[in-house]
Design a protein around this ligand. Structure first.
Ligand code: ATP
Ligand code: ZN
Length: 287
């Protein structure tokens, strides 16, 4: 096996696929992802991409068939495979929750004692129940978990929820959240030194893409004597860039602003004398 390339496993088709491909492309790795392919070579980075079912990815990474994989933490944790979780990727956020029929009275996790619970996540459910000293009858099923209570197969379900609408449309209410998940990058524990170096390069690129997404480039015009005040609301980077304008006493100020602080601070920046504010997305940010 070639120890000088990274084989990266991603989901072939499903909720993780699009964002996984997008992330790899945003890291500047180019490859031909012709429809229906199971494997493709990157053209400008020593990597191969494998397209697999998400449930198979942790096992392939444990065995070293793939060196890296992108999966939901829910799948990785449930699989109990011996892999390293090297980075959280911030997409496919969801939770694993317990739901019961809407009309059923529910006062707490102890109400699940002795109940039948249908799930595709028996290990995570078992761990959760055990930590709350509850013993239930766990029915492992592979799909359409949410209909189990209405057809009398179980008293409750434990399933992936994002908005909660699937639970609601099946007459269920969400009563416990047992695990919060997002897509993660997992890695084999047996990388060669070259592969470890390639992984470090990839993580550096991923982090630069993630930081850029959380920040915006901001340009504004203001009177020179307002700079100090405005700068208080722009803590990004080391210090803002200030360029003189043709109009005497005015300047153009450039800085970076965090997405989360943007709306809160923009009004204060305006009140402090800023005009002609432009906010521009950043593609990559090296900090
Ligand atoms: P496969 O055919 O590869 O086995 P799957 O049907 O098991 O796919 P998907 O439904 O594509 O899996 O979900 C993949 C992952 O996406 C889940 O394991 C979870 O981490 C995440 N996910 C699932 N549902 C949602 C959702 N509603 N919103 C956001 N992320 C979700
Ligand atoms: Zn799956």
């Amino acid at each position: 096996m070639n120890d000088n390339i990274l084989r990266i496993a991603i989901q072939k088709s499903g909720r993780l696929s699009e964002d996984s491909l997008k992330l790899i492309k945003e890291c500047g790795i180019r490859f031909d992802n012709g429809a229906g392919k199971l494997k493709t070579d990157a053209t400008n980075f020593p990597a191969e991409i494998l397209f697999l079912r998400d449930d198979d990815i942790p096992g392939y990474v444990e065995d070293g068939v793939a060196h890296l994989g992108i999966v939901g933490e829910n799948v990785s944790e449930e699989s109990c495979k011996d892999v390293d979780t090297v980075h959280k990727l911030g997409f496919s956020k969801c939770r694993l929750s317990i739901g019961v029929l809407r009309e059923q009275e529910y006062n707490g996790v102890q109400d699940l004692q002795g109940k039948a619970i249908a799930t595709t996540y028996p290990r995570l459910l078992e761990q959760y129940l055990k930590s709350h000293d509850v013993t239930a009858d766990i029915h492992e099923i592979s799909g359409s978990v949410e209909i189990a209570p209405s057809i009398g197969l179980a008293d409750a379900v434990c399933d992936i929820v994002s908005s909660g609408s699937t639970l609601l449309s099946n007459g269920l209410k969400e009563v416990e959240t047992i695990f919060r998940s997002e897509a993660v990058m997992i890695a084999s524990k047996h990388l060669s030194p070259v592969q470890q170096d390639l992984l470090d390069q990839l993580l550096f690129r991923i982090k630069s893409v993630q930081v850029a997404k959380n920040n915006k480039y901001i340009l504004l015009n203001c009177p020179v004597d307002a700079v100090e005040n405005i700068t208080k609301f722009l803590p990004g980077m080391r210090s803002p860039t200030i360029l003189p304008l043709a109009t005497e006493g005015w300047c153009s100020l450039h800085s970076v602003i965090n997405e989360n602080e943007f709306w809160e601070n923009i009004e204060k920046i305006r009140q402090a004398g800023a005009e002609g504010i432009l906010v521009i997305p950043i593609e990559k940010m090296i900090v």
